[in-house]
Design a protein. Structure first.
Length: 157
């Protein structure tokens, strides 16, 4: 299976592949927009384990045994640059996992439980953008008026 994340300028990452998948050995994840020297930190919320994976060509592999050692888990995903100079960090959408006991496979999908929170965050960000645009428009208008006053009486042709 191949899961794909998109890292945004807002320092958040979202899963583009939304369909649940079944894996038995490894989960391959691509991070579009990640710097070359990035590391992905996977944290199991239930078990409390942490797994670090360096990205190679924007991709890493997570073993199935980490994803779901029990029946269900939620995996927190963070992309960071661990070079000692940069503080770049992307909080990514979580992965929800579940064990299929009948054939010993794991179902992997986006953790959609926090979508209402994401909608609220998007609406707040949208309002901030509107407020910033209004401020820019007001500043531009004020600057334009000042320029008009300065140019009055001058023949600039």
């Amino acid at each position: 299976m191949n899961m794909e994340y998109k890292l945004l300028d807002s320092k958040k990452g979202f899963i583009l592949t939304r369909e649940p998948e079944i894996i038995d050995k490894n989960l391959y994840i691509t991070f579009t927009g990640a710097p070359e020297n990035a590391t992905v930190i996977f944290e199991s919320k239930i078990k409390g384990d942490t797994l670090y994976r360096e990205l190679q060509d924007g991709m890493c592999c997570v073993p199935a045994r980490f994803l779901c050692p029990i029946l269900e888990d939620v995996i927190k995903v963070t992309v960071v640059v661990l070079d000692g100079k940069s503080n770049e960090k992307w909080q990514c959408e979580e992965i929800k996992t579940g064990k299929n006991i009948s054939n010993n496979t794991i179902i992997v999908k986006p953790n959609d439980m926090n979508i209402p929170l994401q909608i609220v965050e998007v609406l707040l960000e949208q309002q901030k953008i509107k407020d910033d645009m209004k401020q820019l428009t007001d500043n531009f208008s004020e600057l334009n008026q000042k320029l008009d006053k300065l140019l009055e009486g001058y023949d600039i042709t």
